[in-house]
Ligand binder design. Sequence first.
Ligand SMILES: Nc1ncnc2c1ncn2[C@@H]1O[C@H](COP(=O)(O)OP(=O)(O)OP(=O)(O)O)[C@@H](O)[C@H]1O
Ligand SMILES: [Mg+2]
Length: 623
Amino acid sequence: MTSTTADGPALAGEELPGKEEGRERPDGDPFDADALPASPGATRALLASLLAPMRARVVVASLLLLVQQAAVQAGPLLVAYAIDSGVPAFRDHDYGPLAAVGIGYAVCAVGAGLLQYAFIRAAARINQDVLLDLRGRIFRHAQTLSVDFHERYTSGRLISRSTTDVESLRELLSEGLQELVGVILSFVSISLMLLWLDLGIGAIAVASFAPLYLLVRGYRRRAVAAYSARSSAMAEVIVKFAETMNGIRPVQAFRREPANDKDFAVFNRRHERRNGDALLEMARYVVSSRLVANTAVAAMVLWGASRVASGTLALGVLAAAVLYLRRLYDPIDRLAMFLNSYQSAAASLEKIAGLLAQTPAVPEPAAPKALPVLTGEHPGREVTFEGVGFAYRTGGEVLPRFTLTIPAGRTVAVVGSTGAGKSTLAKLLARFYDPTQGRVLLDGTDLRDLATTELRRGVVMVTQEAFLFSGTIAENIAIGRPEATPEEIEHAAKAIGAHDFISSLPDGYATDVRKRGGRISAGQRQLVAFARALLADPAVLILDEATSSLDVPGERAVQRAMDTVLHGRTAVVIAHRLSTVEIADRVLVMEHGRIVEDGSPAELIGGTGRFAGLHKAWRESLA
Ligand SMILES: Nc1ncnc2c1ncn2[C@@H]1O[C@H](COP(=O)(O)OP(=O)(O)OP(=O)(O)O)[C@@H](O)[C@H]1O
Ligand SMILES: [Mg+2]
């Protein structure tokens, strides 16, 4: 029971990210509050399965990058050759070596550019395909998970999985990995080059890696804490924002704006501070690593210069070494960026892997059984609750064991006080949950043995929420039977008394109900939902407060329609208004999950039980 409040049910499903998260621990990361644990190998397995179909393309992209790096690193070597061999030859009027260097330099520069272009293109394609696949998997998987899952794992979290988390993987794949491969390749190739040019200078460069490694490690450790604090603070900002805007009607009605402003300012400032902390960590790392790098460069240049002066080192070699050194330490800053994107991508991928590892609580049967074929005169099916008990995952027992048989074609009304368990009973019959004990049977077949398509065709539930999808009114009515003709759609709408209001809409049946029925009233939405159920033509129809938003004439019209519609069909009608109950063959009165009265309307009204009392009070209220 979440809707039909003063704000109207229109908002019930139109959730912004994190709408429900506001209810969770105010101090924790709401997106992580119920994080699903992924098994240790699951994250790697997910990444491997994403990349597997493009193995060949990954190899090609890596080769492109390798050759491109070689072309880039050739530059200083050519400069050394030009200084030490080209210039002396030039003095002897031998222009060949210098010309060769010039051509070689140009070829390397143009080649490196072209190769980089090819690599970026190849990497972007791989990247796009991986993300397309991943986002599709998240959507498809989340759709198959049961209602029970969606009640715990809010839509805000799902949205954050398929946007923020996919995005952080995109950053890693598009920039981070290229960066890392570039850094590693240049570290290795430049070190080798320096060692080859001059053993002593090369040794200093390699020795400087030890303090740099320690700095990277320390930064990594502190950055994890700083960035996770920042993302928790960001989540708080999003949650507060989404919750406020989503509940804007009660916010304004109860003048919550000043209090919200104050809360928001606190969260906003906290995020700013956490962001500052993270940036400071990065600044510390960059400054100290540059200090190490510059010290090493200074040592090498001084030592090299003294050796050039004493004639033990060629000038060209020193020039090449200095050029290489600049390139060697350049990527250290970028390494920090890579670490950041790697960390957030790893965390995101783990969350996604956890989500994808979930299995539906209401699983599809391995070997579905078929329902017996319905004979023409009898469109209904027998419904049996056999020793059924039920508890929601988060609460105590809602329904103690009970047994109930509704013969095919009968209409049963269920009444009882708020929270008695009526909707729970309905949801068990529609198999949104499986009972914790006992079985629910349709014509003798356990619902758990029915293929979902057969179950959904056979049992249709109309609730007070009356959710409308974006699209036209006609499409909304035809959701249960997309192949229905316009005549059939109109016939269903007429039968339910919805035709008049639909005809008065700007485009009639072709009117777009975008913004989830924002343009039509709650009662009109219920009429559309009713017409949808009629057209779906199920063997068992469940109406849970399905007429609660209709006015009395509207409800009467629906009742008249129901008399014909429900004829021969099995129906469970849950209603607070007793007028709806009179068409039932049998009435069940529920209290605290138990059926306390069971009989025909006439019997119960004539008796002295709860229903008789309710009915009397209702009669008096009409007089
Ligand atoms: N998704 C859920 N998770 C946990 N508990 C739930 C959930 N839905 C309902 N409950 C609890 O189960 C009990 C029965 O709820 P149910 O919705 O079946 O009542 P109801 O008879 O339909 O009431 P109403 O007349 O208000 O619609 C209530 O105590 C409620 O708090
Ligand atoms: Mg209910």
